[in-house]
Design a protein around this ligand. Structure first.
Ligand SMILES: [Fe+2]
Length: 224
């Protein structure tokens, strides 16, 4: 698997293009904003973009779906059904977050309504992309319909805003639930195995072992 990360948006979100080295089939996880760099990477490397996968519907994770889907109309648009309430309100998200319209414009956060998803995924489903098999796990807590994608043979998991290096996703936004997030991480992410590399939605990569043993939210060192 080839992994290319683009750090986009004022929130420094990790947009990733993952591709099968043999077949050149690819997915983009969480296109945060329109990006010529992402499009060029896909084109220059002869990748066949099969899907745009959205871990969750916050603007810094799906603000680039409209532009990317326009360039690659054959790509599926994939998310969990429980995330539609956020995804559909992309255009309203800046004002719901207290960002004034002129501020939003300056930050590149003016959105039109995004295209309709072409596929909803559930916990346990597998997305096949060339030789890669991404297991979907539903991990509510940061948002209601948040998903992570785990590629078993590559020992890699893409966690969006569920789990970070040394931290976890915030739970103070609508749909957030601290206890539920901890349960999701413990049952759906840590169980993948210590040797998995964790590719987070923000910040550096880490491993399951490191988070299981050192993340203060998971070790019980930090409690709300
Ligand atoms: Fe988020």
């Amino acid at each position: 698997m080839l992994i290319k990360t683009f750090v986009l948006t004022p929130f420094q979100q990790n947009t990733r293009v993952l591709s099968c080295a043999r077949t050149r089939k690819a997915i983009c996880i969480d296109p945060g904003e329109p990006s010529a760099e992402v499009v060029e990477y896909i084109r220059k490397n002869d990748l066949e973009l099969q899907a745009i996968v959205i871990t969750h519907g916050h603007l810094d994770h799906c603000g680039g779906v409209t532009a990317l889907a326009a360039r690659f109309p054959e790509a599926e648009i994939v998310l969990h059904r429980d995330e539609m309430h956020l995804y559909e309100k992309l255009a309203q998200q800046p004002s719901l977050m207290g960002i004034m319209p002129d501020q939003a414009r300056a930050m590149g956060m003016e959105y039109e309504d995004p295209p309709q998803p072409t596929r909803f995924v559930e916990d346990g489903e597998v997305l096949e992309i060339g030789d890669l098999r991404f297991l979907v796990r539903h991990v509510p807590g940061h948002t209601l319909g948040h998903i992570v994608l785990a590629e078993q043979s590559e020992k890699s998991v893409f966690t969006g805003d569920c789990l970070f290096s040394g931290s976890i996703g915030r739970t103070d936004l609508p749909g957030g639930n601290y206890d539920q997030l901890l349960t999701s991480i413990k049952e759906k992410v840590l169980t993948l195995g210590d040797d998995f590399t964790v590719y987070c939605g923000h910040g550096p990569e880490t491993t399951i072992e490191r988070e299981r043993t050192m993340n203060p939210f998971l070790t019980g060192q930090y409690r709300l």
